[in-house]
Design a protein around this ligand. Structure first.
Ligand SMILES: Cc1cc2nc3c(=O)[nH]c(=O)nc-3n(C[C@H](O)[C@H](O)[C@H](O)COP(=O)(O)OP(=O)(O)OC[C@H]3O[C@@H](n4cnc5c(N)ncnc54)[C@H](O)[C@@H]3O)c2cc1C
Length: 490
């Protein structure tokens, strides 16, 4: 397993190339094949905080990253219009409030009914105020912040390419015409290019995008279609002019038959409408997208077709799919690049020695399935718990839920409890903010939250809100932060 071939030079391919060249021993050789004729999907700008670990593991520092990618700081996602025209809430990163002993914070908040939940989250309050600082240098005023980025995915791929090529990754430009396989094992032995070149390898990483040329195509792994739960199947993407101040959050606004994203970068704003073609045609979708921009468009909208779901096995034979080649879930919670990142981490965890052990491959596939399914359920929650009147949204409310999500909803409604399953990506506070934001309210709070007296509870809650306000009030604006971070590096 010394000759590694990555098929595809989109974000997934270059993330894999940068990481493998960083972590594999020197006797491994990594080759990346990409086709200028086919190009990349060209979207994927909003992330979750784990991206910082990925960059750090490659030695990419925050300031140089922000400078190279026209990046901005992201503290969460603002959801607008999901439970009525003026409804809005933030799913912010990091903690919300501080609990006591074994009882999570939100039970005290449910009992005390004092202020909005977002007033207890530094990330939510800072996002709303347009302020950011990783820390204030004041031990008495910890920010407790965790943050992600919004950035130009094309520039990020360029940055990763520099790192990968700097560590010896060989890049082959051209289009793969055929895949050669071993007649006995069925494993892929080489990619045959249109011009006849042959790229041989031991292990192949399929980053070929929606085509899924190796895992879906050559290995024939079936696609598990999840559109019965997540029926949107089209996106129209369009960049628009920058609006000031540049916001610290991605916005997801519910529309007639889907939702619209808005991702603020420093050189442009990324926008798109994710919609369901059963309920809306492309012309109407384009009109809705363009009518919902808050600044002039810089181009015509570009259509991307997709089906939500995943390859039932991400690793088949000697091929491992990452990125769109392994499946797709809409960017409602900005999880796709994270799935590439966690797929790479898992692959390194299960990296084969001389041969691929079936048990390793199976374990890799089981863990991948668990991770995808939990994220799917979190996305389905947004659609299910809506109160909009349009036929699309009515149909979403009528769709039967996946079992695990139904159990989670029952538990929360009954007692306000949220149980994080295994190491699922979204934490209890992530679920909490979306559940409450989407209008799902519990019938009870934890009985132990009745322990403090009414007066003690009020002081406990007040102190927490004052801390959040004091921390955020001392932060510089996002613009000041970005200027200081990137000025010398431009
Ligand atoms: C509408 C939409 C919005 C999204 N928004 C977000 C977001 O906000 N946040 C997020 O994390 N993710 C988002 N994503 C997902 C994100 O864009 C992808 O996960 C990411 O770009 C990785 O794509 P990829 O590298 O797998 O595929 P691609 O970018 O499609 O790259 C495929 C590569 O394979 C090559 N290739 C294919 N066939 C051949 C061949 N025969 N020969 C040679 N080369 C070949 C292509 O040339 C290309 O280099 C979004 C996706 C969509 C569709």
């Amino acid at each position: 397993m010394r000759q590694i071939v990555i098929l595809g030079g989109g974000t997934a391919g270059w993330m894999a190339a940068a990481a493998l060249s960083r972590f594999l021993p020197a006797n491994h050789r990594v080759t990346l094949v990409e086709s200028a004729t086919i190009g990349t999907v060209g979207v994927g700008e909003a992330t979750i905080p784990q991206i910082r670990l990925f960059n750090a593991s490659l030695g990419i520092e925050q300031d140089s990253f922000l400078a190279a990618t026209q990046g901005t700081i992201k503290l969460g996602i603002e959801f607008v219009g999901w439970t009525g025209p003026d409804s809005r809430y933030i799913h912010a990163f990091g903690t919300v409030g501080r609990g006591l002993g074994l009882v999570p914070f939100h039970h005290y908040w449910l009992r005390g009914q004092s202020g909005a939940l977002s007033e207890y989250s530094v990330a939510a309050a800072a996002a709303t105020a347009g302020r950011f600082a990783p820390d204030l240098g004041r031990p008495d005023l910890p920010t407790g912040l965790t943050w992600a980025y919004q950035f130009d995915a094309g520039l990020y791929a360029d940055l990763l390419r520099q790192h990968a090529e700097g560590r010896g990754v060989a890049r082959v430009e051209g289009t793969v015409a055929e895949v050669a396989r071993d007649p006995l094992s069925g494993d892929v032995t080489a990619l045959i290019m249109v011009d006849g070149r042959r790229i041989a390898g031991d292990l192949f990483i399929d980053c070929s995008g929606f085509r899924s040329l190796l895992v879906g195509g050559a290995m024939g792994v079936p696609f598990d279609d999840w559109s019965r739960w997540l029926p949107c199947d089209r996106a129209l993407a369009v960049p628009s002019e920058v609006t000031q101040p540049i916001q610290l959050f991605t916005r997801a606004t519910a529309r007639t038959a889907g939702w619209q994203w808005r991702i603020p970068l420093r050189h442009r704003t990324g926008n798109g409408l994710v919609f369901c073609s059963t309920f809306m045609d492309e012309a109407a979708a384009a009109a809705e997208l363009m009518g919902g921009l808050d600044a002039p468009a810089r181009a015509e909208p570009r259509l991307i077709r997709f089906t939500t779901g995943r390859r039932t096995r991400a690793w088949a034979g000697n091929c491992v799919a990452l990125g769109l080649a392994s499946g797709f879930m809409e960017p409602l919670e900005s999880t796709s690049l994270h799935l590439v990142q966690s797929g790479i981490a898992r692959l390194l965890q299960f990296w084969p020695g001389e041969h691929i052990a079936t048990a390793d491959r199976d374990a890799f596939n089981r863990e991948t399935e668990r991770e995808w399914t939990a994220i799917r359920d979190f996305l389905v929650l947004h659609y299910r718990a809506n109160t909009r009147a349009e036929p699309f949204w009515q149909a979403c409310r009528a769709t039967p839920l996946p079992d695990q999500l139904a159990t989670k909803l029952d538990l929360f409604r009954a007692s306000g409890r949220i149980v994080r399953e295994g190491d699922e990506l979204f934490t209890e506070v992530g679920w909490l903010q979306v559940l409450l934001g989407q209008g799902v309210h519990p019938n009870a709070y934890h009985p132990l939250a009745d322990a403090p007296s009414a007066g003690d509870l009020a002081s406990f809650l007040d102190a927490q809100r004052q801390h959040v306000a004091a921390v955020v009030g001392r932060m510089p604006t996002h613009d000041e932060f970005l200027r200081a971070a990137t000025e010398e590096l431009q």
